[in-house]
Design a protein around this ligand. Structure first.
Ligand SMILES: Cc1cc2nc3c(=O)[nH]c(=O)nc-3n(C[C@H](O)[C@H](O)[C@H](O)COP(=O)(O)O)c2cc1C
Length: 165
């Protein structure tokens, strides 16, 4: 029985997924800040966090303090099996059900330092990229943003929730 969906978001994609999952399953979704204040250590949770350099943000605290039943990582990369394996290894999730969700990217919503870092990265990639290759996908994604959030991506997680009620 899952008591809460706890999410940590930076630009809102993870929050969108958490709220969609909450609507579909009836499990309340709360932000990690809210959870830090009010969640009991006995609570069973699904944790959803945005990915920074391969790390699922906010996971450590909830792994330690709550009954962590399932983990979702939200990044901008297209899903594939080797990415899942890498994320499981990097975040030590071998003993947890893990789901990767493709979120999106929004340069304008990034906080100060992240925005500076990512703008510098875009500039550096642009400088190193030939004019012919300027419309490569990664560069376009970072410059123009993207949003891959959709309900159908939650299907495997909803199945897992229904099987673990
Ligand atoms: C500094 C930084 C590092 C990132 N590293 C990764 C990464 O390693 N893998 C990935 O798929 N996405 C990465 N992203 C993209 C975010 O995970 C993606 O935009 C995610 O959807 C953000 O979720 P949020 O809107 O809930 O914060 C990175 C973004 C930033 C700003």
């Amino acid at each position: 029985m899952i008591d809460y969906i706890v999410y940590k978001t930076h630009t809102g994609f993870t929050e969108s997924y958490a709220k969609m999952l909450s609507k579909q399953t009836g499990i309340p979704a709360i932000s990690s800040d809210e959870a830090k204040k009010s969640l009991k250590s006995s609570s069973n949770i699904i944790f959803m966090g945005w990915i920074r350099a391969g790390q699922i943000r906010g996971l450590k605290r909830f792994r330690k303090n709550q009954n962590l039943k399932c983990v979702c990582g939200v990044g901008m990369t297209a899903p594939d099996k080797s990415l899942d394996e890498r994320l499981v290894e990097q975040n030590k999730l071998e003993n947890h059900p893990f789901f990767y969700l493709q979120g999106g990217f929004d340069l304008d919503k990034l906080d100060g330092l992240y925005k500076i870092i990512m703008e510098a990265a875009v500039k550096a990639i642009n400088k190193e990229t030939d004019d012919d290759d300027k419309n490569n996908e990664a560069l376009q994604t970072m410059e123009n943003g993207c949003n891959y959030v959709s309900m159908d991506k939650l299907t495997p997680i909803i199945k897992w929730v229904n099987a673990n009620k």
